[in-house]
Design a protein around this ligand. Structure first.
Ligand SMILES: NC(=O)c1ccc[n+]([C@@H]2O[C@H](COP(=O)([O-])OP(=O)(O)OC[C@H]3O[C@@H](n4cnc5c(N)ncnc54)[C@H](OP(=O)(O)O)[C@@H]3O)[C@@H](O)[C@H]2O)c1
Length: 332
């Protein structure tokens, strides 16, 4: 496995950097000495990020652009290389989601979610890959979602786009084996970013993440770890991460039943809200910076939920063992 323990002097493009995971990852990378080229549509927000990075002694080039516009994507890469002479790392983080039952989602919402959250990743990858080939090295780091290993109601287009993006990344990783170009993924749980403060919703109620919600820095620190040791898939959370993957493998119907029954309720509050388009087609003023209005779930509550899930898993395993014993007796 390649190692770059010292990231000082490396150059990274970070997409979706005007808020949430992109912003916080940029800050953490800058602290590790990475020189940044940050992009999103909201220039005023990127300028705020730049000021924060400069305060911490980092370097930051602001290039606004829309990941659905091929010319913007190519320009961002060009401007980055013009400024720094190279690009070592691409952090793909720009995404949008649209809340609503599949049958009510306007078709343009579905295609736009794919265009940003999936094709945006592919567009940026195709724009940097020739550069990586020339350099003989490079790292594509994709901010994925735990929804790419499961799903949730009301987010069908987003879940589909995230599944597609993970599949693409895994395929690309195989194609690039041995080239010196690495592909990494970070599987993000629900995090307390501004996503829920600007995402469109057809439900006329304020959307919230599926609990538990983690602090965004959990993901940003995982991004820095991957930058140092590329070519891996990181699952930084335990409860809504490694434990969930394990439980899904063990008893896939349990998660489906719980989210099928309670998932819609879990993701909506009673606060009325009219925000049919949110930041889907054009950027909005609200939701700048790393953290949004939904606070992270307190650690003690996550711990209690972990114990509950462990008990459930114990019950499932115990039930399976008893069942197997019964079958063995019956066939004897
Ligand atoms: N928050 C969660 O619970 C969660 C869970 C799992 C995975 N994730 C993943 O984490 C990543 C970051 O999400 P986040 O939570 O940080 O959300 P966020 O705060 O809404 O950030 C999304 C970013 O994407 C940018 N963006 C949206 N449309 C764009 C477009 N057409 N062109 C260029 N940039 C665009 C936004 O900036 P502008 O509006 O300024 O363009 C913003 O900077 C996404 O890939 C998301 O799927 C998040």
């Amino acid at each position: 496995m390649a190692r770059h323990e010292d990231l000082r002097g490396q150059v990274a493009i970070v997409t979706g950097a005007s808020s949430g995971v992109g912003w916080q990852s940029a800050v953490r990378l800058a602290e590790a000495g990475v020189r940044l080229c940050v992009t999103a549509r909201r220039r005023f927000a990127l300028e705020q990020l730049r000021a924060e990075v400069l305060r911490r002694g980092g370097e930051c080039l602001v290039c606004e652009g829309d990941v659905t516009a091929q010319e913007d994507v190519e320009r961002v890469v060009r401007e980055c290389v013009a400024r720094y002479g190279r690009v070592d790392l691409l952090v793909n983080a720009a995404a949008v989601q649209s809340y609503g039952p599949f049958e009510q989602l306007p078709w343009e919402h579905i295609t736009r979610v794919f265009d940003v959250a999936c094709f945006g990743y592919l567009r940026f990858a195709r724009a940097v890959l020739p550069r990586f080939r020339e350099q003989g090295h490079g790292h594509l780091l994709n901010v994925q979602s735990m929804l790419a290993s499961g799903s949730a109601p009301l987010l069908s287009a987003y879940s589909a786009a995230k599944h597609a993006t993970l599949g693409w990344a895994q395929s690309l990783e195989m194609e690039l084996a041995g080239t010196g170009i690495h592909v990494s993924n970070v599987m993000v749980p629900s995090v307390s970013t501004p996503m829920f403060d600007h995402a469109p919703t057809l439900l006329d109620r304020q959307p919230v993440p599926v609990p538990p919600t983690y602090d965004v820095d959990l993901v940003a620190r995982a991004v820095v770890r991957l930058a140092k040791r590329p070519g891996r898939t990181s699952v930084p959370a335990f409860l809504q991460g490694r434990l969930m993957l394990w439980l899904n493998g063990l008893a896939p119907s349990v998660g489906k039943a719980v989210l099928g029954r309670f998932g819609a309720r879990m993701q909506t509050t009673d606060t009325p809200l009219a925000r049919r388009e949110g930041n889907l087609f054009s950027p909005v003023a609200q939701g700048v910076g790393p953290r949004g209005s939904v606070p992270p779930t307190p650690a003690w509550l996550r711990f209690t939920a972990t114990l509950g899930l462990a008990a459930l898993a114990g019950g499932v395993l115990g039930g399976a063992a008893l069942g197997a014993r019964g079958v063995a007796r019956a066939v004897r």
